[in-house]
Write a protein that binds this ligand. Structure first.
Ligand code: KIV
Length: 303
């Protein structure tokens, strides 16, 4: 048993911060709907992110860029209804924080009021520091996100591991420090060399949550559908599928169809029944109402 799964009834931002002080890891996952969020929460995962990966793994877009605030909110509400213990964080999608800090703050406030989010996640380095300060000033906890930030797909020239040169590694560390300074309560490190993620983790007081950043981060996050083996995207090196849900479902679907075609579904135990006497009553009533042949009205429509 994870030591703290039982010890805490509700995961909070201060609890996440303490976890780093105690040297205990933090397990995080994305979720986008009621049934999977329930399973994630009941498994004791500490933090649930309604990420904009929603766009690719659930909505079938080919990147996270088209995801809208309304789409995140719709899924956030479903996840909120399922989540009792985990800390619930929602992503600001591309475009939600690029026009003005005011607009971004409005979105974050909607997430809290209408979606029940307990914090937001924002991609980007130190250029987000002022926005993060505004959010924290409005009592909204922020999880920062640096490294391979999928919303910068075009600027990065593809999904590429970041921080592989001395210059970019130095920049990344400066970004992470500035975001901590701005008040972020945690920071996602995505697509980084393990060595750099370890340095950032040692240098920061706030927890680092890795995805493709090696095992030395304070916590780890995966996309639910990657973990469950239910994604149609090419599998990234850092993904470990813990289940083969797609194969299980494929087998179940093929079996279901075979049973229908073979007349095996539904069976007796899956059928409802009349009370014993009703069949007889039904036949008697039909016989009583049946007019002798010859008296029948002609069918108004004949073929
Ligand atoms: O949208 C998302 O799922 C994310 C995680 C991968 C960190 O940003």
């Amino acid at each position: 048993m994870d030591h703290n799964t039982e010890a805490v009834s509700k995961v909070t931002v201060p609890w996440i911060l303490e976890r780093k002080l105690r040297g205990e890891k933090i397990a995080c996952l994305t979720a986008y709907d009621y049934p999977t969020a329930r399973l994630v929460d009941e498994a004791g995962i500490e933090l649930i992110l309604v990420g904009d990966s929603l766009g690719q793994v659930v909505l079938g877009y080919n990147s996270t860029l088209p995801v809208t605030v309304e789409e995140i909110l719709h899924h956030l509400r479903a996840v909120r209804r399922a989540t009792r213990r985990a800390l619930l964080i929602a992503d600001l999608p591309y475009g939600a924080y690029h026009v003005s800090d005011e607009k971004a703050l409005e979105v974050a406030i909607r997430y809290v009021k209408e979606g029940g989010a307990e914090g937001v996640k924002i991609e980007g380095g130190r250029k987000r520091a002022a926005l993060i300060r505004r959010m924290v000033g409005a009592e909204i906890p922020v999880m920062a996100h640096v490294g391979l930030t999928p919303q910068s797909l075009h600027a990065m020239g593809g999904y590429k591991v970041q921080g592989k040169t001395l210059e970019s590694a130095t920049e990344l560390l400066a970004d992470a420090e500035a975001l901590e300074e701005a008040g972020a309560f945690a920071i996602v490190l995505e697509g980084l060399p393990r060595e750099l993620a370890a340095i950032v983790t040692r240098r920061l007081r706030i927890p680092t949550i890795g995805i493709g950043a090696g095992p030395d981060c304070d916590g780890q996050i995966l996309v639910f559908h990657d973990l469950a083996g239910l994604s149609f995207l090419p599998r990234a090196k850092f993904v470990r599928p813990y289940a083969d849900t797609a194969s299980n479902l494929r087998q179940a679907l093929a079996h279901f169809r075979e049973d229908i075609l073979g007349g095996l579904f539904p069976g007796e135990s899956e059928s409802y029944h009349w009370p014993a006497s009703l069949g007889e009553q039904f036949e008697q009533s039909r016989a009583a109402n049946h007019r002798p042949s010859g008296d029948e009205e002609p069918d108004p429509v004949s073929f």
